[in-house]
Design a binder for this molecule. Structure first.
Ligand code: SAJ
Length: 431
């Protein structure tokens, strides 16, 4: 059944992961239903359009919707495989909130039948897949669930984290290796059959708990390494050295590969997931917690530095370049650039212009500030101070002659040729 073209798949959550996943599965010939709580998202997908920006996604979705392989609904329906791809935010004190996952599991339980496979893809604290299993077991006492009834279970439940990079989602969904953790080995094998339909990368099986921790480990690894770069940028600033040059030189060592400092870490993954490890083992996560704090503090540091620069030049207007959480995407979630630009807008009001080619209007964080959205050419002509917050290609390609006469605070190291103005020397070097 799992390998056949008649496979019915239900993807819960049509966000940045769920929609591309649903579309890629639909392309294999499976009948895919995407379920989302938002009627707007459902209507958009059913009309063959997309509500998120991702390379090549619009063409793929319009194709599979036109062929009838993908449709969307606010209501769940019976299927052979259920893929849960809903958000897992954290609440107060960084406590993970798996409420959406359990809500999705509750919906799945209403239509689950023997032979079905349930796969959780949402980034989750260790133990969440077992929680899903327990939920299903309680709601459906008529079904034998895995791990509670030995290997003779009616349904398979597994965890398989998404690992795709925004901007490369459709490529990485196919090419990346997948870690598939079953509640039991049989569950893992069932889920493996499913992923083999569309994944070209290696699919490796393990336990659900190991797969959950693997995902959190990957993002904590990146966070810790970015924190190292951000800490270096602070050290270099204090010592009056160009951090970008130091990193370039250190990376010539065959076993050194330092990441890039920036204005802090954003997105819904790297700035969030390490907290799930901290919450799971608070006494054992000193480094992971410290990295989170270093990266968050970098954002505040940039606000203070930029504010000092702007306050020192009361006659000049300011361009904040970028709001996205990283280069060349339209995703503003947990974005340090947005936080910094909004803080500056609240402090300096109408002096602030925001340049973000991926925004049509300013996000609500700017309401009441008097700051305005400007295009890049306009900002280059009219502003005397530029704060580079995102390394979009379009910013990177601004030639020196268009910025040589400005005060520049380059938090991403995109303009190594920028001359140091006497009173901004430290600012420029800091990153
Ligand atoms: N950043 C830096 N310096 C760097 C690299 C990144 O400051 O050298 C910043 C970015 O500007 C951004 C943040 O870190 O604000 C995160 O960006 P990212 O490109 O490192 O990662 P994400 O959040 O887009 O995607 C990550 C990926 N995880 C890893 O690389 C380990 C992706 O593979 C995951 O699927 C994704 O998280 C996720 O969904 O968990």
């Amino acid at each position: 059944m799992l390998g056949g073209t008649e496979l019915k798949v239900c993807v819960l959550g049509l966000g940045y992961i769920g929609l591309p996943t649903a579309a890629v599965i639909a392309r294999t010939g499976a009948q895919v239903l995407g379920v989302d709580v938002s009627p707007h998202v459902v209507d958009t997908v059913n009309s063959g359009r997309v509500h998120i920006e991702e390379v090549d996604l619009d063409g793929l979705v319009s194709g599979v919707v036109a062929r009838g392989s993908l449709r969307a609904s606010t209501q769940i329906e019976p299927a052979d495989v259920f893929v849960i791809a809903v958000p897992t935010p954290f609440g107060a004190d960084h406590v993970p909130d798996v409420g959406y996952v359990l809500k999705a599991a509750t919906a799945v339980a209403t239509v689950l039948k023997p032979g079905d496979t349930v796969i959780l893809e949402s980034t989750s604290p260790v133990g969440t897949t077992e929680q899903v299993r327990d939920f299903v077991a309680d709601l459906r006492p008529d079904l034998k669930v895995p791990g509670r009834t030995g290997e003779g279970a009616d349904v398979a439940i597994a965890y398989c984290p998404e690992r795709v990079l925004p901007g490369r989602i459709l490529v990485e969904l196919i090419d990346n290796d997948r870690v598939i953790g079953g509640i039991t080995p049989r569950c893992a094998r069932r889920a493996l059959q499913f992923y083999r339909r569309f994944v070209r990368g290696a699919c490796v099986t393990t336990t659900a708990r190991a797969a959950e921790m693997t995902k959190l480990t990957e993002n904590a690894f990146r966070d810790v390494n970015i924190a190292f770069a951000n800490e270096l940028s602070r050290v270099a600033e204090t010592l009056g050295v160009d951090v970008w040059e130091v990193i370039r030189l250190a990376n010539r060592h065959p076993r050194v590969n330092i990441l890039q400092p920036g204005p802090g870490v954003g997105g819904h993954c790297i700035a969030v997931d390490p907290w799930f490890l901290v919450h799971g083992a608070p006494d054992d996560t000193k480094l992971i917690r410290a990295a989170r704090e270093v990266n968050d503090a970098k954002c505040d540091h940039v606000i203070e530095h930029a504010s000092a620069l702007i306050a020192a030049h009361p006659g000049l207007t300011v361009a904040c370049l970028g709001l996205a959480f990283k280069a060349n995407i339209d995703d503003f979630r947990e974005s340090p650039a947005l936080k910094i630009a909004a803080a500056l807008a609240h402090r300096f009001g109408t002096r602030v212009r925001i340049v973000e080619p991926y925004a049509n209007v300013l996000p609500f964080a700017f309401d009441g500030t008097g700051a305005t959205l400007a295009d890049l050419d306009d900002a280059l002509e009219r502003t005397g101070i530029m704060i580079a917050l995102v390394d979009h290609d379009v910013f990177r390609s601004v030639p020196l002659e268009e910025r040589a006469d400005k005060y520049v605070y380059d938090t991403r190291g995109i303009w190594p040729d920028q001359p140091a103005a006497p009173d901004t020397r430290q600012v420029r070097l800091a990153g």
